[in-house]
Design a protein around this ligand. Structure first.
Ligand SMILES: Cc1cc2nc3c(=O)[nH]c(=O)nc-3n(C[C@H](O)[C@H](O)[C@H](O)COP(=O)(O)OP(=O)(O)OC[C@H]3O[C@@H](n4cnc5c(N)ncnc54)[C@H](O)[C@@H]3O)c2cc1C
Length: 404
């Protein structure tokens, strides 16, 4: 074990990973599994906290990523989700149909730690309370690691590859010249309460759409019999004043008696990217994973699973590059191509759908969800959905033409 305070001027690793969220710990784990000496640094003192997340996650993807479910970090298991229109119509989606955020509601503070423990088991070194403050460059201008700071002390971490897993507010990308900039319409600003004492069916998470959450939605992710994460995400371009997001959430909760009886034990603000996939997620000696690579699903705002998927691919490709002695952007494009193969179609499709959905009026949302009420939304396809809407509300189909 190595403490940052014991480091004189510098240390050397094959790969340094900046940020110990799900993307970083997974990238570190797979790099170490493939023979790399990997260092994972995290600026916070306690991995996983404060929790800025609805904590919804799909079961199936966890299975696929080889993360065995553990009751220690699972708060609740749901059967599916209810989508609720502005006038209160409800359509129920099974867990399979409800996207990557429905299945388990986890305890992120423990889930994130579990992923880091899995990385440590593979030999990863971890330093908490340690921030990357810039990239190191060699005499040829090539990236050769990071400059780090821990409790006022600075040191160099030399590494052949830097993996930026530093989340939504990522700096590693811009330091490396990768364009990760977001316009206001590419950001959803979020606010969330952990409410206790509410009245909920613990089997279903809830999503409320329409003008209560302009350009976004309200989520209720059930953590237990009488508690849930109740949050809102609003398109940043639609916000006029500081505090708008919290005000909208408060107004929404006040209108819904089953939530209004709850008491907050935690509140957090945050943001997610809701952009189309960016052009490039690698540069010479640098790779971006998870939120720093803008891999959040633009329709749902969920990003845990995509962070894990991209981290796994990045860790493996980083090891290949180091072993081959070629950490050029051209070689690292293998990572870029592989995550796109897995995720890009869905990200792009959901970006297009989101762009349409932010324009829909309450009236249209009411009609769509009313038309779908009573359907078994496990077997139904997108075309079936459109047929159902057309049958009841033919005028709405014109509005949805782009989605077709
Ligand atoms: C309000 C809200 C609700 C959400 N709800 C859901 C949900 O229900 N389901 C879902 O799937 N997704 C949800 N998301 C998105 C989800 O939280 C992220 O997609 C996920 O955490 C991405 O993981 P990551 O590892 O890429 O980034 P993060 O989890 O953000 O981890 C980045 C880490 O990097 C560290 N870091 C940053 N800069 C530095 C530095 N310079 N040096 C060292 N360390 C650094 C940070 O401290 C942090 O620990 C939500 C997001 C928000 C804001």
């Amino acid at each position: 074990m190595r403490f940052p305070e014991d480091i004189q001027d510098s240390v050397e690793y094959d790969v340094v990973i900046v940020g110990a969220g799900p993307a970083g710990s997974t990238a570190a784990r797979y790099a170490a599994m493939n023979g790399m000496r990997a260092l994972l640094i995290e600026k916070r003192q306690d991995i996983g906290t404060p929790v800025r997340c609805g904590e919804g996650i799909a079961k199936t993807w966890l299975d696929k990523m080889g993360i065995p479910p553990n009751p220690e970090w699972i708060a609740n298991e749901v059967k599916g989700a209810k989508i609720i229109s502005p006038d209160g119509h409800v359509v129920r989606l099974t867990e399979k149909m409800a996207g990557n955020e429905v299945g388990y509601v986890v305890k992120r503070e423990l889930f994130d730690k579990e992923l880091v423990k899995m990385a440590i088991k593979e030999g990863v070194e971890v330093m908490v309370k340690t921030s990357a403050i810039g990239l190191l460059r060699d005499e040829n201008g090539e990236v050769s690691g990071i400059r780090a700071r821990s409790m006022g002390k600075e040191f160099d971490v030399h590494a052949k590859i830097v993996i930026g897993a530093d989340g939504f507010e990522s700096m590693v990308g811009s330091w490396a010249g990768i364009n990760t900039r977001l316009g206001l319409s590419d950001i959803n600003t979020c606010y969330q309460y952990h409410l206790v004492g509410i009245d909920m069916d613990p089997n279903f998470n809830e999503f409320y759409v329409g003008s209560d959450a302009p350009g976004g939605y309200v989520w209720v992710f059930v953590k237990g019999k009488d508690e849930a994460n109740v949050g809102i995400g609003l398109q940043a371009s639609q916000l006029k004043n500081k505090g708008d997001v919290k005000r909208c959430l408060n107004a929404f909760i006040a209108k819904h008696p089953h939530l209004a009886k709850g008491k907050p034990i935690e509140e957090v603000a945050g943001a997610v990217s809701v952009c189309a996939p960016i052009d490039r997620t690698v540069a010479d000696h640098v790779m971006l994973v998870g939120d720093s690579a803008r891999l959040i699903d633009p329709m749902t705002g969920g990003g845990i699973i995509n962070a894990i998927i991209s981290g796994k691919i990045a860790g493996k490709v980083a090891a290949e590059a180091v072993k081959k002695g070629d950490c050029s952007e051209i070689f690292l494009m293998k990572y870029d191509e592989e995550w796109r193969e897995e995720l890009e179609d869905r990200l792009l499709r959901n970006f297009i759908a989101k762009e349409k959905l932010v324009e829909l009026s309450d009236d249209i949302f009411n009609k769509i969800i009313h038309a779908l009420e009573g359907y078994e939304i496990e077997k139904i396809t997108t075309l079936d959905i459109l047929r159902a809407v057309q049958e009841r509300y033919p005028e709405v189909i014109e509005e949805l033409e782009d989605l077709l």
